[in-house]
Design a protein. Structure first.
Length: 380
């Protein structure tokens, strides 16, 4: 949300206190070439436009919240002090110095594209593709959308991003998110917003990373190392979320196939039973045929009892789901592979069971048809 309270910079005649609060060195200030009076003019103008920016942010957020696959939306309006700090750093950085060389009260709101910041959060990693489609149908980005990835991320996913027109770039800090810059003009002034699309796990990691690093621009090696580990854990959690979802779909499909197999078995048994009843009604059934009919009926009873075997296969599938809860706590690739192998074995068990049922059904039906043919011959 926007912070409408007056900021210290509005009443300060000198930049020294501002530099101290924001850990900006005198050397960096001198390199930026900024003039304090001009920065104060920007600060006053930004403060006067906070309400308009907040209204625009709410519009963006409410629109995005209705998009398919969006879990939740967060928004903020850039704090005045952070705005001035960003301008100083951008002018001091040789990579962005040219762009910000002429920044002033009349154009800062066009150069600084994240005065309004929107974050669209989603559950599963590939949900971003659906959200991307909705964003592109709703707005025309004024800059090329970028998909920030981490070094070592799967190339297959980067290729999927490329197919929808997203340029992948490895972020030096390991951030993963899609970035868009869009604009609206509710009044005479253009309002630009930066939209970030990321998973809930990525949002959690980035918030902690931002809280630890940003206030002090910490370069501590140990903190950086631990945050990298945290980053990999967030990535593994995203992968695990997609895996669990896909596994659930596979298990549902297996269950559907089991139900279909049981239904097919019951229908086959009903047909065999009907054939046996018809054979028993024949008056000239000989003793040998009667004996064979009796054996076939016993075989049908056995087939009817194989429901327990089918249920066992279903129980084994459910067992793999229970074991998955332990897998989720592990977050390791080796455990993921082990679970995949276990699922494969369950699938093989199911296939063997279904094949055995089909074979027995076929034998019984063939035997019943053979009796029918022999009986018809005897009648002739």
């Amino acid at each position: 949300m926007a912070n409408g309270s007056p900021t210290q910079v509005l009443t300060e005649d000198s930049h020294e206190a501002f530099l101290t609060r924001n850990r900006l060195s005198k050397e960096l200030w001198d390199r930026s070439g900024c003039i304090w009076a001009e920065l104060r003019d920007i600060a006053h103008d930004h403060e006067n436009n906070l309400d308009a920016l907040a209204t625009s942010a709410e519009f963006f957020a409410k629109t995005i919240q209705r998009f398919e696959r969006v879990h939740s939306v967060r928004w903020r309006v850039k704090d005045t002090e952070h705005l001035l700090e960003k301008i100083v750093r951008k002018r001091a950085d040789e990579k962005s110095a040219e762009k910000y060389a002429e920044v002033g009260v009349n154009n800062y709101f066009e150069l600084v594209t994240d005065l309004v910041g929107i974050r669209a959060l989603h559950l599963f990693k590939d949900d971003c593709l659906t959200i991307h489609e909705s964003l592109m149908k709703t707005w025309t980005p004024i800059e090329e959308p970028i998909a920030y990835t981490r070094e070592g991320d799967h190339e297959a996913f980067k290729e999927r991003l490329a197919t929808v027109g997203l340029l992948s770039k490895d972020h030096p800090a390991g951030y993963r998110s899609l970035h868009y810059v869009v604009e609206s003009r509710p009044t005479q002034r253009i309002i630009r917003a930066e939209i970030q699309v990321r998973t809930l796990f990525e949002e959690g990691w980035s918030e902690i990373d931002h809280t630890v690093r940003y206030p002090n621009f910490s370069n501590d090696e140990l903190i950086g190392y631990l945050l990298k580990i945290f980053n990999r854990m967030a990535g593994s959690a995203d992968e695990m979320g997609g895996f669990v979802r896909d596994l659930n779909l596979v298990l549902q499909e297996r269950e559907r196939e089991l139900v279909e197999a049981m239904t097919a078995k019951e229908n086959a048994l009903a047909r065999v039973e009907g054939t046996l009843v018809e054979l028993e009604k024949l008056k000239d059934t000989n003793a040998e045929s009667a004996s064979l009919i009796k054996k076939l009926r016993a075989e049908v009873r056995k087939l009817e009892g194989t429901t327990a075997t089918t249920a066992l296969s279903s129980w084994q599938v459910a067992g793999s789901t229970r074991s998955l809860s332990e897998l989720v706590r592990g977050h390791s690739d080796s455990m993921l592979q082990e679970t995949l192998e276990r699922i494969g074995k369950v699938s093989e068990t199911y296939e063997r069971t279904r094949a055995a049922l089909n074979e027995r059904n076929n034998r019984t039906i063939e035997a019943a048809m053979a009796i029918s043919r022999d009986t018809n011959k005897n009648k002739k």
